[in-house]
Unconditional design. Structure first.
Length: 351
C-alpha cells in the first residue's frame, strides 16, 4: 500500500487539509486500520477491508448499514459511518479493497487482556446488550458474508487439507498440535447446532473488539462488525470469554500455562446477567460449551493457516500462527477440563 493512498482516500470522504495525520492501528489481524487525527474535533477511523478475506465486501457493508441503526440504546454507544462526497458509506480502490470511515469515539480504548474483574463484567454486559439491541432484526434479513465461518466441521476439513499440502518445514513439530485439534473436534461434535436458534451475531466478540471508556472503565460498544451474520449465541459468548479467562495472550508463545481464570469468568457471567438478555433453555444448556468451542475453532484455523503459508492472519514472525494455535488449543483443553466448574458458575449466577 502506497503511503499516500490513505490520505488520497480521505479526500474522497471530504477529509483533507493541513494538520491531517494518520496513526496505524496494528491490533487487528485482517484489515488495515488507521486513526485519523484532525486539527478540529476528535478525528476518524479509516479502514480498508481486506479483499482476500472478504471477497464480497459489499455484502458486509449492507449488513453493517442494516444493523448500525439498531445499536443505539441505554448503556450502548453506537458507531457511525462517515459518508463520502457522494453520500455513500464506502469507496473501492483499484485493487478491490473497500474503504470506509467511522467517527472516532473519544476517550476510548480496547484491550487484549481483562485487567480487572470489573472489565470482564463489563465485557459480558456489553456483548449481551448488543444481542438485546439487534434481537428485533430477523436473521433472514442478513446476508452470509463468510459461509462456514464458525462451522468446526468445515474448519477441521480445512486443517486436514492443509496437512496434506504442507511443506516439510511447516509440518514438522506440529504433530502434537494436530492431535490436540482432532481431540477437541471430537469433543465439540456433541454440540447440537441444529437444535440451537439462530440469532443476529457479531461473530468476533474477542475482548479487543470491545471499546471501553478510559475514564469510567465502562464498556461502550462492540467494534469490527464485519462478521455480522446469523449465528449461535454460544459462539459470541465463548468468543468473548476465551480471552477473558485465558492465562496469557493469544499472540504469546505456546507451551504450558495456568488453567482458566474462573474469577474473571464469574464476573463476565454476572455482567451478562445484568443485561436482562433472555435465552432459550437449550441455549443456556449449551452456552458454556462455547468456552471450549471457540478457542478450539480459532486454534484449528491458526494451525491450518500456518501449514498453508500464513494466507489469512497477519504475522509478525514466521512461527506466529503455530504459536497462536498452541495457545488457543491449550486454552480450549484447559476449558474442557474445567467445563463442569464453568457450568456450575454460570448456573449459580443465573439461578
Amino acid at each position: 500500500m502506497a503511503p499516500s493512498q490513505p490520505l488520497e482516500i480521505l479526500k474522497q470522504f471530504g477529509i483533507s487539509g493541513a494538520g491531517i495525520s494518520l496513526e496505524t492501528l496494528t491490533q487487528g489481524y485482517i484489515n488495515d486500520t488507521f486513526r485519523v487525527h484532525t486539527p478540529k474535533g476528535d478525528g476518524f477511523v479509516l479502514q480498508r477491508i481486506n479483499p482476500v478475506v472478504f471477497p464480497k465486501p459489499e455484502v458486509l457493508m449492507a449488513n453493517l448499514e442494516m444493523v448500525l441503526p439498531l445499536l443505539e440504546g441505554p448503556g450502548y454507544r453506537g458507531l457511525k459511518l462517515h459518508p463520502n462526497r457522494k453520500g455513500k458509506t464506502s469507496i473501492k480502490d483499484p485493487a478491490g479493497g473497500l474503504w470506509r470511515v467511522f467517527n472516532y469515539i473519544p476517550d476510548s480504548a480496547s484491550y487484549t487482556r481483562a485487567e480487572t474483574p470489573q472489565m470482564a463484567r463489563e465485557a459480558g454486559r456489553i456483548v449481551a446488550i448488543f444481542h438485546l439491541l439487534v434481537s428485533p432484526l430477523p436473521t433472514e434479513d442478513l446476508q452470509v458474508s463468510l459461509p462456514g465461518f464458525h462451522d468446526i466441521r468445515e474448519r477441521i476439513t480445512q486443517l486436514r487439507a492443509a496437512i496434506d499440502g504442507a511443506p516439510a518445514e511447516r509440518s514438522e513439530n506440529c504433530s502434537d498440535l494436530i492431535a490436540q485439534a482432532e481431540a477437541l473436534y471430537a469433543f465439540c461434535r456433541q454440540i447440537p447446532f441444529e437444535a440451537l436458534p439462530l440469532r443476529v451475531c457479531h461473530n468476533d466478540t474477542k475482548l479487543s473488539n470491545i471499546l471501553f471508556d478510559t475514564q469510567s472503565g465502562k464498556a461502550l460498544c462492540l467494534i469490527d462488525l464485519d462478521t455480522l451474520m446469523p449465528g449461535h449465541l454460544l459462539c459470541d459468548f465463548g468468543d468473548a470469554a476465551r480471552g477473558l479467562i485465558a492465562s496469557r495472550t493469544e499472540n504469546g508463545k505456546s507451551g504450558k500455562a495456568a488453567g482458566p481464570d474462573l474469577k474473571s469468568f464469574e464476573a463476565f457471567v454476572k455482567g451478562w446477567k445484568e443485561s436482562g438478555l433472555k435465552m432459550q433453555p437449550v441455549e443456556k444448556q449449551w452456552l458454556c460449551h462455547g468456552v471450549v468451542l471457540m478457542p478450539a475453532l480459532h486454534g484449528i484455523r491458526a494451525l491450518a493457516d500456518y501449514l498453508s503459508g500464513d494466507r489469512y492472519y497477519k504475522v509478525a514472525y514466521p512461527e506466529q500462527n503455530r504459536d497462536r494455535a498452541g495457545v488457543l488449543l491449550h486454552s480450549a483443553q484447559t476449558a474442557q477440563k474445567a467445563l463442569g466448574r464453568i457450568q456450575e458458575i454460570a448456573e449459580n449466577t443465573w439461578a
